[in-house]
Design a protein around this ligand. Structure first.
Ligand code: ADP
Ligand code: MG
Ligand code: MG
Length: 205
C-alpha cells in the first residue's frame, strides 16, 4: 500500500546512515575539491548520532522520528550541512504532524515544506550549486506521482546532483572559489541524492 509508518521512516534513516557510511570517502573527496574536505565525516558523525538516538527512543509516528533525527543532525554536525539537513528533517517531520500512518502524497508535501525551509535558512535557490539542486528535483518527482514515485525521485535527485558539475557555486564555502568551483560535483547535492536512494530502498521493502 501507499501508507508509511514510523518503521518505514526508521528504515529510511538507517538505510541513509549505512549509505553515508559507505560513501563517506567519496563525499569528503568531493568536498576536498571545492570545500574543506569534511562533508563525509560530518554526515558520518551526524547519522551515527541519528541511529543511536533512534535505537534508544523509537517514536511511534513518522513525524516524530524525523524530528528526533533532525535534532541529532543539528546538535552533532558542526558544518553547514548539519543545520541544513537538520532543518530538512525537523520541518518535514513537523509538517507530517502526529499521524501514525502517512500517505506518499503527505510525505511528498511535507518534504516540500522541509526543502523550502532549507532554502530559506541557507538563502540559496536552485542553480546555486548546493544540496537544493538535488532536493528540489527529488521532491518534484515524488510529488508528480506516477507508477514509481520513489524510483522517479531517486533518478531526478541523481540527475540534479550530476547537473551541479558545470554550475558556479553561489552559496557556502564553494562560493569562495568563484569560477574555480565549475567542473566539480557539489558534495551536498551528492549526499541529498543518497537520501532519495535510501528512501526508494526503504519503502520498497
Ligand atoms: P561545511 O561547508 O561547513 O564544511 P559540509 O561540508 O558538511 O559543511 O557541507 C557542504 C555542503 O552544504 C555543500 O556542498 C552544499 O551542498 C551545502 N550548503 C552549503 N551552504 C549552503 C546553503 N547556504 N544553502 C544550501 N546548501 C548549502
Ligand atoms: Mg565541508
Ligand atoms: Mg567544514
Amino acid at each position: 500500500t501507499d501508507e508509511l509508518d514510523a518503521g518505514a521512516v526508521f528504515r529510511w534513516l538507517t538505510t541513509a546512515a549505512a549509505s553515508v557510511e559507505r560513501e563517506a570517502d567519496l563525499l569528503t573527496e568531493l568536498d576536498s575539491a571545492i570545500g574543506d574536505a569534511d562533508h563525509g565525516s560530518n554526515l558520518q558523525r551526524g547519522f551515527a548520532a541519528v541511529v543511536t538516538a533512534l535505537g534508544k527512543e523509537s517514536p511511534g509516528a513518522p513525524g516524530a522520528v524525523l524530528i528526533l533525527a533532525g535534532r541529532q543532525l543539528v546538535s552533532s554536525v558542526g558544518g553547514a550541512s548539519g543545520p541544513l539537513y537538520g532543518t530538512l528533517l525537523r520541518r518535514t517531520g513537523k509538517a507530517l504532524g502526529d499521524s501514525e500512518q502517512v500517505t506518499g502524497r503527505q510525505l511528498a508535501d511535507a518534504l516540500r515544506v522541509g526543502v523550502d525551509a532549507v532554502a530559506q535558512l541557507g538563502g540559496a535557490a536552485p542553480g546555486d550549486k548546493t544540496m537544493l539542486d538535488a532536493l528540489y528535483p527529488g521532491v518534484e518527482a515524488l510529488s508528480a506521482g506516477g507508477p514509481d514515485p520513489y524510483g522517479a525521485a531517486r533518478t531526478a535527485a541523481d540527475e540534479g546532483a550530476q547537473a551541479t558539475v558545470p554550475m558556479r557555486a553561489r552559496k557556502g564555502r564553494a562560493s569562495y572559489l568563484g569560477d574555480r568551483s565549475v567542473g566539480h560535483k557539489d558534495p551536498g547535492a551528492t549526499s541529498s541524492a543518497l537520501l532519495f536512494t535510501a528512501l526508494a530502498g526503504a519503502v520498497a521493502d
